[in-house]
Design a protein around this ligand. Sequence first.
Ligand SMILES: [Zn+2]
Length: 191
Amino acid sequence: MCSISCPGHQGAGVFLKSEQKKIYKKSVCNPEKPFPQMIIIPFFDRATQIVPNCETYPKHKTALALMVFYHHWLKWFGDEDLLVKKSLEKVMIEWDTKKRKVKKGFNLEGEPRTDVTINGLTRSKTMIWVWQGNFHRIAESSLMHELVHIALRAKYGHGDADHEGSKYSGWTIEHTAMILEAKESLRSFDI
Ligand SMILES: [Zn+2]
């Protein structure tokens, strides 16, 4: 049995409990300084973002997007051992104003593709690169998608590069559905 005191049962609000450290207040984007700049994301222990300008994205928007992700992840998959929470607290998000081309990748169905233009990339167990998204909205970027890779990597040791394909395991149609739901939440916050 697990009661209210159990950390796995606190929901996404668990991040709101971390005290607002002085460092969060000092870590602000400065339009006068050269870019890219690294900014500490409030509420998430050691999470950071690298920004190409001060509009992409204000740190409170990124923090909210991470909380929205965790809320939906918990609802769909739980996080009994807190591995996903711990990963989010260490994540480094690099925002970009342009898409990128890569030699190889997999589409959502798991089919291999060459010379593809990508919206996002999970680079390591805590580092992701994300194009800013259509209409300059986090909801229209691949942030939620890349965070699923991060969460799967925390749980299974690999991020399941081929998504719903059968080459690697982990990613299911539930993960794809969770992303759609999380994006709807982001839209309701207008971020
Ligand atoms: Zn992917």
